[in-house]
Design a binder for this molecule. Structure first.
Ligand SMILES: *Cc1c(COP(=O)(O)O)cnc(C)c1O
Length: 429
């Protein structure tokens, strides 16, 4: 009998029932699926679960092909493996330095105009490839209003924050009323233009997407949702219905996949995945290179695999079906896009490019381009672009080097030895 057939349909489709009946031990896994693991392996897996807890919804569990479970993409994402306790040189507890970039509990403020706001410490399924693995199962609760109000106060005090990204854990672990309260608080902040929710519910617990939830979210538009499908197998009638409800609610949908060895590190799987996403009105947003978090060694691919996948997508399929492949810089540098090279060469007035078919072509640049000198005096500018100066912030990074109004000619790491040496000469003068 299939896992699903054992239960009443009304229970099965009730998201709270699914949470209450989540599978948390290897014994339950064996009992429910009929999978039998070797005794030694079982012992090792129990050890893994002690360090990195196991939690999987009956729904997501039911997607596993029990006859061929070891190669199953759902099994690999949900059930611990013995490799998780292997920590390699270069692995990091908090590779993205989220804790260091956190001014108040729950907020990670890394980019100039947007913040990550962790409003839940729990998920309905613990992904084995979680980048926040260090935290999984730590504080098994949803923060109370007093704690969330600290984050909300931070956003209020920072007028540059125009985009608030609710993350976690999974923000949809909050019940509708509590989430409504959070969204109301954030929507009341005049400088917040968009709210985003990052959730894996459409994939691991699609019954969470109820009509009531969508009606509530709609009140707070513009709200965008990013979800996390990694394999075409994760599409079921239930997940498609969940996506349709969200899209019908006017919520723009995106998808963030993680490139995982043995799960989706193949151009054919990825092409099928992005096609299924767009058919369901979800725009592939990011494809992440697997992070350097501890316990993820067995999931990591070389960067070349990601580039190969991008090569197979760009030009070969619809532009809006192509995600941006990113490496989240260790140490908190943020996401860095990575692509195959399309520029073959460049002279002062010609660019030589190649396309996806291998055709090499030239683009002739203008001989007389009159660049407009920019000193940020927008009111005197010839361009039909009048910005309030109050909205302008200091240019940073390479943008600063490109600008006319900033005289910097280089960006130098703080601990650059040559510069430290120079400074020491100056000190001696
Ligand atoms: C990913 C991320 C964001 C959002 O980045 P986008 O590129 O705008 O999607 C914001 N803050 C942090 C800390 C992030 O890791």
């Amino acid at each position: 009998m299939s896992t699903q057939a054992r239960y009443k349909k009304s229970d099965w489709q009730d998201w709270k029932w699914q949470l209450k009946n989540s599978i948390n031990t290897i014994e339950q896994l064996e009992d429910i699926t009929g999978i039998e693991l070797e005794k030694d392996e079982k012992e090792e897996l129990k050890e893994t679960v002690d360090q990195f807890p196991l939690s999987i919804t009956p729904y997501y569990l039911s997607l596993i092909d029990v006859k061929d479970f070891r190669d199953d993409p759902v099994y690999k994402q949900a059930i611990p493996g013995v490799h998780e306790l292997v920590i390699e040189k270069g692995d990091m507890e908090d590779p993205l330095s989220e804790d260091s970039d956190s001014p108040v509990p729950g907020i990670t403020h890394r980019y100039p105009d947007r913040v990550l706001f962790h409003i839940s410490n729990v998920c309905s399924m613990y992904c084995r490839h979680c980048t926040r693995k260090r935290k999984v199962g730590d504080v098994d609760h949803i923060p109370n209003k007093d704690i969330l109000l600290e984050g909300i106060a931070y956003i209020k005090e920072h007028p540059q924050v125009r985009d608030v990204l609710l993350s976690g854990g999974d923000p949809l672990m909050l019940d509708d009323d509590y989430l409504d309260w959070v969204l109301t608080q954030i929507r009341a902040i005049p400088h917040v233009e968009v709210i985003r929710i990052g959730t894996r519910m459409p994939v691991v617990l699609p019954y969470r997407i109820t009509d009531e939830l969508v009606d509530m979210i709609k009140k707070h538009h513009p709200v965008w949702i990013n979800t996390h499908f990694n394999h075409p197998k994760e599409f079921t009638n239930a997940s498609k219905r969940a996506l349709a409800k969200l899209a019908d609610g006017g919520i723009p949908l995106g998808n963030q996949s993680v490139l995982l060895a043995g799960v989706n590190d193949c151009p054919r799987i990825m092409k099928k995945l992005v096609h299924t996403l767009v058919k369901n009105r979800v725009r592939p947003y990011y494809l992440y290179q697997c992070d350097l978090s501890e316990g993820l060694t067995h999931f990591r691919t070389p960067v070349g695999k990601g580039i190969e996948i991008m090569e197979s997508l760009i030009g070969h399929t619809s532009g809006f079906a192509v995600p941006t492949y990113v490496i989240d810089a260790p140490g908190g540098g943020g996401k860095i896009p990575v692509m195959p090279n399309y520029i073959v060469s460049w002279s002062t007035n010609k660019v030589v490019l190649r396309n996806y078919e291998g055709v090499i072509t030239t683009y002739k640049e203008p001989d007389s381009y009159e660049s407009i000198f920019c000193d940020r005096k927008c009111n005197d500018c010839k361009l039909p672009l009048k910005l309030d100066e109050g909205q302008e912030f200091e240019a940073v990074g390479v943008t600063k080097l490109l600008s006319d109004y900033d005289k910097s000619i280089s960006l130098i790491p703080e601990d650059n030895a040559r510069h430290q040496l120079r400074e020491s000469y100056e000190d001696n003068e």
